[in-house]
Design a protein around this ligand. Structure first.
Ligand SMILES: NC(=O)c1ccc[n+]([C@@H]2O[C@H](COP(=O)([O-])OP(=O)(O)OC[C@H]3O[C@@H](n4cnc5c(N)ncnc54)[C@H](OP(=O)(O)O)[C@@H]3O)[C@@H](O)[C@H]2O)c1
Length: 314
């Protein structure tokens, strides 16, 4: 495993982080009985050198994280979790945040959270978050219940990062979680130039998702782009759109190429990988610690997707 410093937080973190949400939720989506398997996956990740675990109140995986880290020295793991946004109609949104953190601390079996995020702040939530939610987060930091304040964007509806771009200019966060992948590298233009000089830590989500793990979904997505005129018909082989990555580089699979692409981006600190499959976990951690893709392949990717900011890979 390789380790890096998460911006100005100073936290030493593994470059691969285990995502305990996403489509897999460690194998627990749709199968809440899969807890033992999930605990085993987290322990496997820790044994492979991963020290960064990302969970959330609404994933239902804080409890398995707590079980997996029980008995390990607390300072050897960096815990990132998230509060589901209270509704603007809530009588006391600050109280909802204080109650939420207590629940998370209990499930995680710890007395502090390293990074506590507002979860999935969409542009429509942004004004409310600024006026009602930042202050209670700052209070939690003063109390030592959380060490750093983070935010995750609502990437599915905000694929061009408008909330993050504005809020980074206002210096609201210690850490941000951004959607960045070879299909939508737009954070390179409007997010990393803001985080790098200020030392805001960057966590990368959506590196793979469906489009880069399911060939049929990738074909459909590229066919849609061609139909919309966003990709020229002769620019891409719609039957095998990213086949060149496997023919012209040493990447063995598309997920491998996708994680490597993200890992070596100047601006990304931790690449999150989400899986319910122990073999995938091993492969993904290996991928994230492999060298960059060759320049020629990166140039082809930039030509195809470099200017697009609409894709999520879902
Ligand atoms: N707004 C937010 O706050 C937000 C939103 C999304 C994600 N996140 C965080 O980011 C983390 C990462 O996102 P993600 O979970 O969507 O991860 P991801 O790594 O981009 O994609 C996960 C998907 O790819 C599949 N996959 C992974 N490795 C594979 C491999 N080697 N071969 C084939 N398929 C593979 C997984 O299925 P298998 O289970 O079959 O491997 C799963 O369907 C989440 O877990 C969560 O912690 C946060």
């Amino acid at each position: 495993m390789e380790y890096t410093t998460l911006g100005r937080t100073g936290l030493r973190v593994s470059v691969a982080g285990l995502g305990c949400g996403g489509p897999s939720r460690l194998g627990m989506r749709g199968d809440a009985g899969a807890e033992d398997h999930a605990v085993g996956l987290i322990k496997q990740a820790l044994d492979l050198g991963v020290n960064f675990l990302d969970t959330a109140q609404n994933y239902g995986t804080e409890g398995v994280v707590g079980k997996a880290i029980a008995g390990r020295p607390r300072d050897q793991v960096v815990i990132s979790t998230k509060i589901t946004l209270p509704k603007p109609a809530d009588a006391d949104p600050a109280a909802a945040i204080f109650a939420g953190v207590e629940k998370s601390l209990k499930l995680l079996g710890t007395d502090y959270i390293d990074i506590y995020h507002l979860h999935g702040v969409e542009p429509k939530d942004y004004e409310f978050a600024q006026s009602h939610l930042i202050e209670p987060m700052r209070r939690l930091k003063e109390q030592g219940k959380i060490r750093f304040i983070g935010v995750t964007e609502g990437f599915v509806v905000d694929t061009a990062h408008t909330m993050l771009e504005d809020s980074l200019k206002k210096n609201l966060w210690d850490v941000v979680m951004v959607g960045f992948s070879l299909l939508n590298p737009s954070a390179r233009k409007n997010i990393f130039p803001l985080t790098r000089p200020t030392g805001v830590g960057v966590l990368d989500m959506f590196a793979v998702r469906r489009a880069l793990s399911q060939p049929k979904r990738l074909q459909e997505m590229c066919a849609e782009l061609v139909a919309k005129g966003a990709l020229a018909k002769d620019a891409i082989d719609v039957d095998d759109p990213l086949g060149f990555l496997l023919k012209e580089t040493d990447a063995k699979t598309l997920p491998e190429a996708a994680y490597r692409f993200c890992r070596h981006e100047n601006g990304v600190d931790v690449v999150l990988t989400g899986t319910g499959n122990a073999d995938h976990l091993k492969e993904n951690i290996a991928a994230i610690t492999k060298p960059p893709l060759p320049q020629a392949a990166l140039a082809k990717l930039a030509k195809l997707f470099g200017e697009l900011d609409s894709l999520t890979g879902n």
